[in-house]
Design a protein around this ligand. Structure first.
Ligand code: DC
Length: 235
């Protein structure tokens, strides 16, 4: 049976690590007044919760059980769309964004049972007036019927530079050389895994952002959204 929620429009934004999906998605969600799904955070939270329980990350069924039972709350703290993330009652905001949790997330994300455990939780974010879904398999697996599918790319060097800038701005330690290596390793794991590998959906709009500014990318996405969805802007 389909509900009103299943019919809420979705814009999916997929692409590799550090390409700028998060910035674009937050901007689009604010601009359109839609909800936001940061699916990478669910994989990061699963990795963090497994670590808190001293679970080896390759114990698929036990890590999947942790994913299925994640006790997490996303709390909006101001009008700019900033979120506090509460895992097992504790604010895990800063720890969640670090590179070591990102790498652990990429490992648990390769486990099919973990992906299956998180599937419905992600689909439950689809509610009126609409959803911006940020991830790797939003357009291919989670929301294959999305109204608009965007896929961003950029060279690995440029993505490492962007991630370095973002981490430094957040006061987190980062070494550019290490980031290049980690991004390459994560790309390989995310694109080569058997279940839901990172790739554009056949009907996705693909944009190479290597030489573009954030403003260019936002303008491209908004123009497509307004044209495709006929949705009023939340001005
Ligand atoms: O977007 P992110 O850096 O927060 O994602 C962390 C890891 O989670 C990333 O390396 C791949 C994985 N991931 C995934 O496999 N599928 C998603 N929809 C989102 C993230």
């Amino acid at each position: 049976m389909t509900s009103a929620n299943d019919k809420a429009p979705v814009i999916t934004v997929d692409g590799p690590s550090g390409v700028g999906k998060g910035t674009l998605c937050q901007w689009l969600a604010l601009r359109l007044g839609w909800r936001l799904l940061d699916s990478g955070a669910l994989y990061r939270l699963t990795a963090l919760a497994a670590r808190h329980r001293d679970l080896p990350l390759d114990e698929e069924s036990r890590v999947a059980a942790v994913a299925a039972e994640l006790d997490v709350k996303f709390v909006t703290t101001d009008g700019n769309g900033s979120l506090r993330v509460i895992l097992d009652g504790v604010d895990v905001g800063a720890a969640l964004r670090g590179e070591s949790v990102g790498n652990a997330a990429s490992r648990v994300a390769a486990l099919p049972a973990v992906r299956a455990a998180l599937l419905q939780r992600q689909r439950d974010f689809r509610r009126p007036p609409g959803l911006i879904a940020d991830g790797r398999d939003m357009g291919t697996v989670v929301f294959p019927d999305a109204e608009l599918k965007l896929f961003l790319t950029a060279s690995a060097g440029e993505r490492a530079r962007r991630r370095h800038k973002q981490l430094s701005e957040q006061g987190l330690d980062a070494n550019l050389k290490c980031l290049v290596g980690e991004i390459a390793e994560r790309d390989a794991r995310d694109t080569q895994r058997a279940t839901a590998p990172l790739k554009p959906a056949a009907d996705a709009e693909v944009l190479d952002t290597t030489r573009l500014s954030i403003a260019d990318v936002c303008a491209w996405a908004l123009a497509l959204a307004l044209q495709r969805l006929n949705c009023p802007e939340n001005l």
